[in-house]
Design a protein around this ligand. Structure first.
Ligand code: PCG
Length: 139
C-alpha cells in the first residue's frame, strides 16, 4: 500500500518503558541518526510481546518483518550454529534485515523468558520515510 495510507497506532506504555525504548534506539548505530521525532514515533508505535525461554525469536535466513527492543531477559545470537554474543535489556535487534532489505543474518534465541517491544516493517519504514505531518490514532 501507499506510505501515505498507513495510519500509525500508538500503544500505551509506562514512563519507564518509554524511556528504556528511547535509550535503546538512541544507542543503536543506525537509529541514533534519526530525528528525535522519528525516535519518539517509533517508540510510540512499538507493541508489547513476549517469548518463552528456549524459544527462537529470529531464525537466520528467514524473511524479516519485525524490529525489536529487549525490555527484560537475555537472548543469544548465533550464526551457522556459532555463538556470536548475548544481548541484555535496552538493546535493539532485528534491525538489519529491515534496514538492508535482506534475510535474517543471525538466529536470536531467548535464554530466559523475555519481554520485548516490537514494530513491524511497514510501520517502521513509513516512519523512516515520513518526517513531520504524522497522522496518529490512539490505541
Ligand atoms: P537481523 O534482522 O539480521 O536478525 C538477526 C539480528 O541479530 C540482527 O538483525 C542483529 O540485530 C542481531 N545481532 C546482534 N549481534 C549480531 C552480530 O554480531 N551479527 C549479526 N549478524 N547480527 C547480530
Amino acid at each position: 500500500s501507499q506510505l501515505s495510507d498507513v495510519t500509525l497506532t500508538s500503544y500505551c506504555k509506562t514512563k519507564e518503558s518509554r524511556e528504556l525504548i528511547q535509550r535503546a534506539l538512541m544507542d543503536n548505530d543506525f537509529m541514533k541518526h534519526l530525528e528525535h521525532e522519528q525516535i519518539v514515533t517509533i517508540m510510540d508505535c512499538m507493541y508489547p510481546t513476549s517469548v518463552a525461554s528456549g524459544c527462537c525469536v529470529i531464525q537466520e535466513g528467514d524473511d524479516g518483518s519485525t524490529v525489536y527492543v529487549l525490555e527484560e531477559g537475555m537472548v543469544e545470537v548465533t550464526k551457522q550454529g556459532k555463538k556470536l554474543c548475548r544481548i541484555g535489556p535496552e538493546k535493539v535487534f532485528g534491525e538489519l534485515a529491515i534496514l538492508y532489505n535482506c534475510t535474517r543474518t543471525a538466529t536470536v534465541t531467548a535464554m530466559t523468558d523475555i519481554k520485548l517491544w516490537a514494530i513491524d516493517r511497514q510501520i517502521f519504514q513509513t516512519i523512516m520515510m515520513r518526517t513531520g505531518l504524522i497522522k496518529h490514532s490512539q490505541y
